[in-house]
Design a protein around this ligand. Sequence first.
Ligand code: ARG
Length: 466
Amino acid sequence: MAKQAQVTWGGRFSAGPAELMLRFSESVSFDHRLAPFDIQGSKAHLTMLARVGLISRKEHNAIHCGLDAILREIQAGKFKWQLKFEDVHMNIEQALTRRVPAAAKLHTARSRNDQVATDMRLYFKAACAELSEKITGAQRAILRIAEKNRDVLIPGYTHLQRAQPVFLAHHLFAYLEMLQRNAGRFATVADHANWCPLGSSAIAGTTLPIDREFTAKTLGFVDARGRPRVTQNSMDAVSDRDLFIEFAAACALTGVHLSRLAEDLILWASQEFKFVELPDTFCTGSSVMPQKKNPDAMELLRGKSARLQGNLHTLFVLVKGLPLTYNRDLQEDKPPVFDSHDQTALCLEVVAGALADLKVNRAKCAMAVADPALLATDLADYLVRQGVAFRAAHHAVGAVVKLAEQNSMLLDQLPFEVVNRLHPAFGPDWIETFDLAKAMARRTGTGMPGPVQVARQFKRWQKILG
Ligand code: ARG
């Protein structure tokens, strides 16, 4: 029974795999999601075989119909996936040959090694497009909060200590930049995926007269000018897993960025900051402490990023010691990739969902940003404008800060005469430094949080994100 199951390679065996071996070695439980790509690849290969005369038109048409019928069955959830057929490729092939005996010719000049490599490249192209779209969704949600709170200022932090004032929008736009780079990374992965391995067969190509360029073109593995892109080394083509690592790396980095955003929001939502309120719909309560509202979605974003890094690491370790070319270890390449894909997609959706209903506590933000110490650097710049060297200016303002602290006063409450005694370059207009609106307006350079620059960034992002 088991021997009969392995009709694709059972010829030289006198005993089939043990039941335990079947359970151990199957991948259909996770690689069945490749079915649409597998069938797409098979159809292109099939058409090529007919074109070069390795199968007849009639056989081509029958097999084509069979593949369509199987795809419909799969999409309707009616296809019976069988563990004993190991993986998605053999499950489809078995079902196909049962329907269309001529399908025994489909595997001509092809191996599961170049087949799975092709399936995955088609999959990566689709996955990258999907994740790019979800990145845009998350970016739009971030942009929307910025738009709703255009004039809100908050302290920017370094070392988690109040540093300098910034527009909340400027802080949020930092995440738009990060996410935009991630979209670029997924575009690069999609471009790297855009080479057709079919025709490499098991390791060393085939002696049959196939047309690799035709298959590549049919599957959309083409450059910007429509010229086919086929892999250039059959051994590399069947054992290269760079793409898997690059894709998982792009997911992991996206996860890191979302984790940092989540951490900012967790801090901002705390009683200590209270800059924002997270929507109830993405928080949970405590079964013990009735007052609690916990930022679980944000914490999970942080947690998932660890998982995404783990997947990347799994892939690195999986590949690093393998001799060329295909080794069965490589079957383990799919669960971490699929997990990274699914979890990254979920994380991006959650960011879009949770941020859609985020409330900004303007009063709390205003209170925090009113701290005049945030403009201590501006005060040093004031002295620089009076001709003082920055190092000396920094020192003088340090003395001003110290004095204010010793007297439990805010920086702008110190009398002019006292300040002037610390450095003669302080004039009576020193106090104007603490006019927050004017201070922001002085930040005019590209990339700075001045109102003109922030307005420019609003325009830029609105254009990019539509
Ligand atoms: N399920 C296998 C995998 O994903 C397909 C390739 C099998 N090739 C082989 N020579 N056993 O790795």
